[in-house]
Design a protein around this ligand. Structure first.
Ligand code: PLP
Length: 454
């Protein structure tokens, strides 16, 4: 690649790129940090400065940047072919990957439909659920249930089931209605209840809704164990299991969106394993390629798959596809990533590092005056900052406390991205003991500095 100096690149970025989830007025007022390279858990900017990638390049990096196995899988596949379509053709890496994914997935999920983003994996699950019930003759099952403040991606179907007023109010007129369940999130939604009471109430609410509307519901859709974008809302053990039992009892499909939690993030390959839950449909993305390339997959049961089998002229096929579905480069890298998972005992590292993180955060951050709550499942952490601990009074949006904290972290060598007033820590799964210590040191100092300022 031709070399351009950082100032020129910054000018061109400002002139042409609209960054996602970004108030561009703020973006244009500052010099962008431009990443030029990566190495392991580190990102390296154009000046050669190294930053710990504390959010895994938006929750997707697994084994680190420039991993030799993933790099060489990519090169080797590029020497064969980069892409051919799955419409009317098959390709080698997508077949090998599907076989391995099914072996790893919870029992019962035997089929894989590929796409290229978490949002598309969710759209596919929703459409499959709708068509499945139509094909089965249960024509009244046309509605969905999801969790309050759920996030499932930014396409319109995913936004309908994951509605958040702050993000989505401009699109309300075109979204389909969806039933909401309050999750057992103790700190904000079930304020004043113990975890056990919140869980009992959330389960009772789900039971009441399904008893009342069950025959009109196509599927319940959840982010199992941790609602990520809501602000890392952890669910107590038992919730996912209870929803599985209720959906079975009421004949409703359960869709688990493991786009953020899948591929080791919570310490198991998939979060539902913690609860021995077998969903009817499961969506994965992000970490599937180790964080290298856009690839996603929607898993489903044989029963759902078989409902679509019919004579051609019945036109019962699933009329859905994306140009890059089953992309060979992405599938080859995903296969390499799965080999690394097994060979390097990555999940064991997640367990150890998660424990270390839990202990360090409890001692270092738990006592800070403006830390309201620390929520964690595996290497997925949210530290909620509050103006007053006693009353859980949030900081007003204008204070931008999360943004202040991550700027302080960046000045100390760690890249983070907040969710409103919650500082997120989501390091790559390959993070070492020393790097966890560094991450915790910086998180503590950054939170102290940011909260002392206002
Ligand atoms: C649970 C969940 N589902 C879906 C998505 C959307 O994924 P993508 O950004 O790849 O469309 C995300 C992204 O953060 C997510 O956390």
């Amino acid at each position: 690649m031709t070399h351009f100096d950082a100032a020129t690149l910054a000018d061109w970025d400002h002139a042409h790129i609209w960054h996602p989830f970004t108030q561009m007025r703020d973006w244009l007022a500052e010099d962008p940090l431009i990443i030029a390279a990566g190495e392991g858990a580190y990102l390296i900017d154009t000046a050669g400065t190294r930053f710990l990638d504390g959010v895994s390049s938006l929750w997707c990096n697994v084994h680190g940047h420039r991993h030799p196995d993933l790099d060489s899988a990519l090169r080797e596949q590029a020497d064969r072919i980069a892409h051919s379509t799955l419409l009317g053709l098959a390709n080698v890496p997508s077949i090998l990957l599907a076989k391995q994914l099914v072996e790893l997935a919870p029992p019962g999920l035997t089929r894989v439909f590929y796409s290229d983003a978490g949002a598309t994996a969710v759209e596919i699950a929703l459409k499959l659920a709708l068509q499945y019930w139509q094909l089965r003759g249960a024509t009244r099952r046309t509605q969905f249930v999801s969790l309050t403040e759920a996030y499932h991606g930014d396409t319109l179907g995913a936004v309908s089931v994951g509605y958040s007023d702050t993000f989505h109010r401009f699109f309300k007129s075109v979204l389909f209605p969806c039933h909401r369940l309050h999750p057992p999130h103790v700190y904000r939604w079930q304020h004043g209840l113990s975890e056990a009471e919140a869980l009992a109430r959330a389960v009772a609410d789900a039971d009441a809704l399904l008893r009342d509307k069950g025959e009109e519901i196509a599927a319940v859709l959840i982010e199992p164990l941790m609602q990520g974008a809501a602000g890392m809302w952890a669910q107590p053990p038992g919730y996912v299991r209870a929803l599985r039992e209720l959906t079975r009892r009421h004949g409703v499909l359960l869709i688990c969106d493991e786009v953020a939690t899948g591929f080791g993030r919570t310490g198991r390959m998939f979060a539902v394993e913690h609860e021995q839950v077998e969903p009817d449909l499961m969506c994965v993305g992000k970490g599937i390629t180790g964080g290298y390339l856009p690839l996603a997959a929607t898993f489903m049961t044989e029963e759902i798959f078989e409902a679509f089998l019919a004579p051609y002229e019945a036109f019962n096929a699933f009329f859905h596809g994306h140009t890059y579905t089953g992309n060979a480069l992405a599938c080859a890298v995903a296969l390499a990533s799965l080999r690394v998972f097994a060979r390097d005992r990555v999940l064991a590292n997640v367990g150890q590092r998660a424990e270390q993180l839990r202990d360090r955060l409890a001692t270092d951050c738990g006592g800070l005056r403006h830390v309201g709550d620390i929520r964690q499942w595996g290497l997925m952490v949210g530290i909620e900052l509050v103006r007053k601990r006693e009353t859980r009074e949030p900081y007003p949006a204008a204070v931008r406390i999360g943004v202040r904290a991550i700027k302080e972290a960046r000045a100390r060598g760690v890249i983070l991205r907040p969710l409103s007033n919650t500082v997120v820590l989501m390091p790559p799964l390959c993070i070492t003991e020393a790097q966890v210590d560094f991450l915790c040191d910086v998180a503590r100092e950054a939170i102290k500095a940011a909260t002392e300022m206002v």
